[in-house]
Design a protein around this ligand. Structure first.
Ligand code: NAP
Length: 285
């Protein structure tokens, strides 16, 4: 039976560290600040934004919310980003995705000052991650690495398989595993022999967006199985990309959904905000 990796507990320890660092920065007159921009009324986005604001308050990070109507124009949104780029109290800017139809998300991300890009989605930060000279790591993949490390699991030399190649999860996830000296394979919808490739993984990361997609026959006995998915099952209940009930008895380690990768994403966002505040104040990282 796999050991369950408790994302809530690992996230709590990251948050405690963030709170300590925030307090230390405040003693030096620096109050780390995050601006969260939400456009439209997508209920899932509203929940994420509320959780991010609450997490800031709990760790001593100053936050500002900018809630704009769905009718916001590209020019208005770009003007807000420009204003936040210049605002001294704000060290991190997060524009909650998805943006309503008609708004160009790529242009908005590119307009964010890379030093304030706490999501690490700006092309400059993406490039920095590629060459291994980064300030920020994208929150979800960085959270996965923390979860693996929290168990004392060695990544170096392991066969790592990432299913999914999105810019926000799959690709950076693969890059971070590579930085940690894993031997990495990236799978996607055109991959042949997916089952065999997954079954060769010592560390398997699922970021597909399909409920219970990773079945027991795709998992090597004893493997570390990390489930990034946030899906709904046939009854509308939150579940992951991994068929947890059948994979858990076979894997060595497994993350549950909820309570696995999810809590780590916000914890890493807070950590990036602290890094941004240090960067902009010339403090040591
Ligand atoms: P995405 O942009 O839709 O990407 C999904 C990836 O899965 C694509 O690369 C796609 O391949 C691949 N895929 C789809 N069907 C496949 C198949 N049959 N076989 C192999 N690969 C297949 O999704 P995402 O944004 O990366 O998110 C993935 C999941 O993670 C979602 O459930 C999302 O809600 C969740 N998520 C969770 C967090 C968190 O904090 N826990 C954060 C972000 C995302 P192609 O490229 O070939 O189309």
């Amino acid at each position: 039976m796999a050991k369950r990796i408790d994302g809530k507990a690992v996230a709590a320890s990251v948050r405690a560290q963030v709170a300590e660092e925030a307090a230390a920065l405040k003693e030096r007159g620096i109050c780390p600040g995050l601006a969260v921009v939400i456009v439209g009324d997508d209920p899932a986005s509203r929940t994420y934004v509320n959780n991010k604001k609450k997490a800031c308050a709990e760790t001593g990070i100053y936050s500002e919310e900018y809630a704009l109507p769905a009718s916001t124009t590209q020019e208005e949104l770009m003007a807000l980003v420009e204003k936040l780029n210049r605002k001294e109290e704000i060290h991190g800017i997060l524009v909650q995705s998805p943006l309503p139809k008609g708004l160009d998300e790529k242009a908005v991300i590119e307009a964010i000052n890379p030093a304030k890009d706490v999501d690490a989605f700006h092309p400059e930060n993406v490039g920095r991650i590629m060459i291994g000279n980064f300030h920020f790591l994208p929150c979800t993949p960085a959270g996965v690495i923390e979860l693996i490390r929290s168990q004392g699991i060695e990544i170096a030399g392991k066969n790592c398989v990432v299913v999914g190649r999105s810019n926000i999860v799959g690709k950076p996830m693969a890059m971070l595993l590579l930085h940690n000296n894993g031997t990495v394979t990236i799978c996607h919808s055109r991959t042949r022999n997916l089952k065999e490739i997954c079954a060769s993984a010592d560390i398997l990361v699922a970021a597909v967006g399909k409920p219970k997609f990773i079945t027991e026959d795709m998992v090597k006995p004893g493997a570390v199985v990390i489930d990034v998915g946030m899906d709904r099952d046939e009854n509308g209940k939150l579940c992951g990309d991994v068929d947890f009930a059948h994979v858990e008895p076979k894997a060595g380690y497994i993350t549950p959904v909820p309570g696995g990768v999810g809590p780590m994403t916000i914890a890493m966002l807070l950590k990036n905000t602290i890094t941004a505040a240090k960067l902009q104040n010339g403090a040591e990282l």
